[in-house]
Design a binder for this molecule. Sequence first.
Ligand SMILES: Nc1ncnc2c1ncn2[C@@H]1O[C@H](COP(=O)(O)OP(=O)(O)O)[C@@H](O)[C@H]1O
Ligand SMILES: [Mg+2]
Length: 450
Amino acid sequence: MRLPARGSLRLRFLAGLLAWVGLGLLLVGLGASRLFHAHVEAQFHDELEVHLEELAALTRLDSEGRPVLERPLSDPRYAIPGSGFYWQVERHGRPPLRSPSLGPAGRLDPELAHQPEILHRLAPGPTGPTMTYGVMRKAADGGPDLHFVIATDRRHLDSVVGAFDADLARWLGLLAVVLLGSALLLLAWTLKPLDRLAGAVARVRSGAARRVGADWPAEIRPLAAELDEALAASEARVARARLEAGNLAHGLRTSLAILADEAEDLMRGPAGASAAAVLGQCRTMARQLDWHLARARAGAPRGGQTEVGAAIVPIVAAMARLHGQRSVSFRLEPGPAAVAAIDTEDFAEIVSNLLDNAGKWARAEVTTTWALEGGAVAIAVTDDGPGIPPAAREGLFAPGARLDEQVPGHGLGLAIAQDLALRVGGAVSLDDRADGRSGLVARVTLPVAA
Ligand SMILES: Nc1ncnc2c1ncn2[C@@H]1O[C@H](COP(=O)(O)OP(=O)(O)O)[C@@H](O)[C@H]1O
Ligand SMILES: [Mg+2]
């Protein structure tokens, strides 16, 4: 899995989650351990008190007044030496009675056994610290009192609690892993719409869509709506600017036409040379205007996709009609299925410019073909006209460049076609025919859509 980037929502969430899960599990762990400890300790104490009472109940006095047990204590651990479970009965002036677990030398401190109520505390014992209980009882024969002590090693309690703590830690660790893992899945699921939004914005940028739309979770919907409004506003601004540029160019063009007329008249007078210069400038300016108008019409670079076969048929048909009276035949040889990464209007503009040129210059036939070449689709328009000398070809892509002023035109077609193709990473080129006959092959290559 990818590590979340610095400053990302994912990182924030993860950091918060780690702290939250860590703190939560720590508190749960501490609480559970304490509770368990208290319960186990209470149980140990209860048991010891019961054993102390049992010890007192089982104790008899023999004929000499010595304490003796009627039978062993019910818990067998008091019989195993060093088991950590001990008892002791003392009577002043008589030999003491001790549990077999104490061994020959072991003894318990009888200090707690001088009161009729049961007392307890933590005291040292023969095998480490013990929980010790003591009580004093009157003797049946009216002689000295009996002192009962019972003790259990503290380590027995500690080992039960320790085992529980270890189990608890393992289990909480597992829980932490499960919680974090499921939180990560949850996070991925929650943030999915954001990834989808990024995709939608990318589609708008590439021209595959015009808006991001309204199908979003409530939290993202306002953002998407703002985005779409901003897109609409900028579209409107561009359209207005284009309209104004068109109006401006139109206004200037009319004035330029009048100026050119006047200059033509003046050329016949004494200031003929100057008038010719003015006329030349007027024509240059008119060409510039046409060029910029055409560019403005093409607009901002739009993304988009064009199915070559479907788009090219109507263009060829339209060109055949346009050049109908010259009896040039337009042939289309369908190529492979191909989708070019270019707006359909731009595609039509490029191809119709090439076809228009071919139609103007062809003697009898214009052939259109296309093929896939690497990651591009190449559309070739071949005519059987006079062709163009190789040295002159490069210069014809400049706005206003024309070889023959007799044939009508503005010299903008190739410039526009190249401009549009370059915008999407394509190109336009002019070549000789492969079969060596006179004519020209105008070729446009366009990247294939991903
Ligand atoms: N298929 C062609 N055969 C011969 N000459 C061509 C052909 N296509 C273009 N040309 C030459 O290139 C010039 C520039 O073409 P273009 O930029 O389309 O402008 P226009 O068509 O308005 O003259 C044309 O004037 C012509 O001299
Ligand atoms: Mg042309």
